[in-house]
Design a protein around this ligand. Structure first.
Ligand SMILES: [Zn+2]
Length: 313
């Protein structure tokens, strides 16, 4: 082979075969959508007609015994404030400091929303938050490029505002390049408090089925993206607590309250039921891992990545 031909061949090879890491990121950009369903009791989700969430379960890892309290620390109440703060920061309440719904003692600047951790590594990654339980938006959400924070009000307030949340999120997910998103739905908790957290309660079950329809629209929006075939979306679903009767406070010894679902779904997710104990704080670690965000020791994350297929680097 003449030298010039060899050089041409090497040049072509370099163009056609980029390094594997480049190939991976170029062909499969990573995205995370975390969905939060407030007060979702596990046996009620099992009994409800939820084809969209069922499909996500079938395409991923799941547990109906994910713990909202850690082995190390359990002194916070089993209510929304500490639950959502653990969900969004990846640390337990002794670190983030939220023990109740007043959010006093919060240390969110020290243990921030996981969007901050994403942006420390990838400042250009866009993020989006959609919540209608206003304290989350007020006290926990930061570094959201798209930020929708409603304060649900009125009877059936969350049913109404969850619809707005879904509408706004669908548009952003379909049209914008947002690498990390969090979408919160509150009507399940509202109906549990009014009518009872139980599979035999029609209003509670209808609220779960309505949320499933919202989830279906979010997934459709993602699939409608022009570059969807070259994107690797990880969908995470979890809750902040279950319920018993018409409440969920002081549920440390009540499995229907302190056990919740964790679903890790997508092409990069392992398939089948988790064989190990998983925790609410694992959600953030899993999201960061999927986005290739290197963990920094000073973050002191309590969770670990779960339900992901190991990738070749
Ligand atoms: Zn709650």
């Amino acid at each position: 082979m003449a030298l010039s031909n060899r050089i041409t061949c090497l040049f072509l090879l370099a163009v056609l075969v980029p390094p594997s890491s480049t190939l991976q990121s170029a062909e499969h950009n990573k995205y995370v959508l975390a969905i939060g369903i407030d007060g979702l009791r596990t046996d009620a989700l099992d009994a409800a007609k939820t084809p969209n969430i069922d499909a996500l379960k079938a395409n991923g890892s799941f547990s109906n015994a994910c713990k909202i309290l850690g082995p190390r620390y359990q002194k916070n109440d089993t209510i929304s404030g500490p639950g959502w703060t653990s969900y969004l920061t990846g640390v337990w309440a002794d670190k983030h400091g939220v023990h109740d719904n007043k959010f006093g003692g919060r240390k969110i600047s020290r243990y921030p929303h996981f969007f901050n951790l994403v942006k420390q590594q990838f400042p250009d990654y866009r993020t989006a938050s959609f919540v209608d339980w206003y304290p989350i938006d007020k006290y926990v959400v930061t570094k959201a490029d798209v930020r929708v924070g409603y304060e649900a009000h009125g009877s059936d307030g969350y049913t109404v505002f969850d619809q707005h949340i879904a509408d706004r999120a669908v548009k952003v997910l379909a049209e914008q390049d947002v690498r990390a998103s969090m979408v919160y739905f509150g009507a399940t908790d509202e109906n549990g408090h009014r009518f009872g957290f139980h599979p035999s309660v029609p209003q509670y079950m209808r609220s779960i089925e309505k949320v499933d329809q919202h989830v279906g629209r979010l997934i459709e929006a993602i699939k409608s993206r022009p570059n969807y075939a070259r994107e690797d979306w990880l969908i995470l679903i979890s809750s902040d607590h279950g319920g018993e009767g018409k409440g969920h406070g002081s549920g440390h010894q009540v499995p229907n309250i302190h056990n919740i679902y964790l679903i890790v779904s997508g092409a990069s997710a392992a398939k089948g039921e988790f064989q190990q104990q998983v925790y609410l704080v694992d959600l953030v670690a899993t999201a960061l891992k999927h986005l290739d965000v290197p963990f920094q020791p000073q973050w002191q994350l309590d969770g670990k990545p779960v339900g992901l297929v190991p990738r070749q680097q």
